[in-house]
Design a protein around this ligand. Structure first.
Ligand code: PMT
Length: 210
């Protein structure tokens, strides 16, 4: 199969030296890319800024902002992609205006006006017309099942991989992860805690079966 994977955080610029981002290290997305490549699939990895080496044998496209990630996915998802896995932690909001020069510390507080970013996963079916197997991730701190199932249905996913990021031993930046899987056909599975490398292999196996 040809598999497109998004990974890592995005950075949303405030001015030439500052940005808003999140805790994603890219480890989970890179583990998926490595597992897919080792299983013999052709992999396109669209990655936000991370401190990881591009996986061998994987076409890696480096992006910074959610808008750049949106454009990279839009430009490649039509290229005979069979499965798309959205593991990136994309910013939901970005500063509405990016200051051209460094903002000076002239007042005791400051307010940033934010606007919504493009929903890349949410665009896969409705905007990009993607017909292949669509896998979303969800990072939740509470009501995991309710939010995950709602996201799966709203974004047209075949599978939603739900992460409990309220736990400190799994999720963002850890080497281990534990997830729950919610399938569009109503199945619900739990994959116990293991290394992200092993979890990547298990998830690629599940996605291949879909
Ligand atoms: O990178 P690591 O440190 O290894 O951590 C892994 C992880 C915890 C980041 C990963 O396992 C994970 O949970 N990724 C999803 C993070 C996330 O942003 O979840 P969300 O619930 O906010 O988003 C739901 C889905 O929509 C995700 O598939 C996301 O990629 C996608 N999305 C969200 C917003 C947006 N503007 N565009 C998107 O495509």
């Amino acid at each position: 199969m040809r598999i497109l994977i998004t990974a890592g955080p995005t950075r949303e610029a405030i001015d030439p030296v500052r940005y808003i981002s999140n805790q994603s290290s890219g480890k989970m997305g890179y583990a998926l890319a490595e597992a897919a490549e080792k299983a013999g699939h052709e992999v396109i990895l669209v990655s936000g800024p991370v401190n990881l080496a591009p996986p061998a044998g994987v076409e890696t496209i480096a992006v910074e902002s959610s808008h750049e990630m949106f454009e990279a996915v839009r430009d490649r998802i039509g290229d005979s992609v069979d499965a798309a896995i959205f593991c990136a932690a994309v910013a939901d909001y970005r500063p509405k205006n990016i200051a051209a020069e460094k903002i000076k510390k002239n007042s005791d507080s400051m307010t940033l006006e934010m606007e919504k970013t493009e929903d890349i996963l949410g665009s896969a079916r409705s905007v990009f017309g993607f017909k292949g197997t669509l896998v979303g991730f969800a990072a939740e701190t509470h009501d995991l099942e309710k939010h995950a199932v709602e996201k799966m249905q709203r974004k047209g996913c075949d599978l939603l991989v739900a992460n409990d990021v309220s736990r400190k031993d799994i999720g963002f930046d850890r080497d281990e992860n534990e997830v729950r899987l919610f399938f569009a056909d109503g199945r619900d599975e739990r994959i116990p805690m293991q290394s992200k490398a092993d979890l990547g292999v298990a998830l690629i196996q599940k996605i291949t079966e879909l």
